[in-house]
Ligand binder design. Structure first.
Ligand SMILES: [Fe+2]
Ligand SMILES: [Fe+2]
Length: 204
């Protein structure tokens, strides 16, 4: 492992905490989160291929924050806001329903894999021996492959469709809900004197 990998990975995680104004553009925020997830996946795959527990232990905080905080929040952003809104707005010819079934299946697979990885990480953090040290590397590889395929569909098909069909009111609601999930209250204010932009007051 190289120190720079670790540092970059930690920076990626630090960046995963959205700034308040990013909730004004929730689709952009989701794409940014996808970019971070792809970088994390590269690192997870490297850890899986290296098959050494030392670097895993060194990056414990980063890995647990991603798997137990960022990933579940992101899944909720999609399952509770993005996907239901798209089911409502997409047209039959878009083929979204078929893709949605696959995306939901992949979310469930990712959750199971993340659950098993976190159990093993906690064992490592507690300096307890793993029943199989190879299992965590196999799970990391499976998780990464599933994530990369999933992100390709979401970036290539879902987000462009969302940009096409979701209304400004949909996006405002989605942004509010994403903020609330992270303990931030977003209060819309009146449009400015030109009527073009909106100022939001934020209260943590
Ligand atoms: Fe996603
Ligand atoms: Fe997803």
């Amino acid at each position: 492992m190289h120190n720079s990998d670790n540092l970059n990975c930690q920076k990626v995680l630090a960046d995963s905490l959205f700034t308040p104004d990013q909730f004004l553009r929730p689709l952009e925020a989701i794409r940014l989160e996808h970019d971070r997830q792809l970088l994390i996946c590269e690192r997870l795959l490297q850890l899986a291929n290296d098959q050494e527990l030392g670097p895993v232990a060194q990056e414990m905080e980063t890995l647990l924050a991603f798997l137990t905080r960022d990933l579940p929040l992101h899944a909720m952003d999609e399952e509770e806001d993005l996907f239901p809104l798209m089911k409502l707005r997409c047209h039959p010819g878009d083929g979204f329903d078929a893709v949605l079934a696959q995306l939901e299946f992949e979310h469930s697979v990712e959750k199971v894999l993340a659950f098993h990885i976190v159990i093993d990480l906690q064992e490592i953090a507690g300096a307890r021996a793993l029943s199989s040290s190879m299992r965590i590397f196999a799970d990391l590889r499976s998780f990464t492959e599933c994530q990369q395929r999933h992100l390709a569909w979401e970036n290539g098909m879902v987000l462009p469709l969302a940009g096409k069909w979701l209304t400004p009111a949909d996006l405002a609601e989605m942004g509010r809900n994403m903020a609330a999930r992270r303990g931030i209250t977003v209060i819309p204010q009146n449009v400015d004197s030109h009527g073009f932009s909106r100022v939001w007051a934020l209260d943590r």
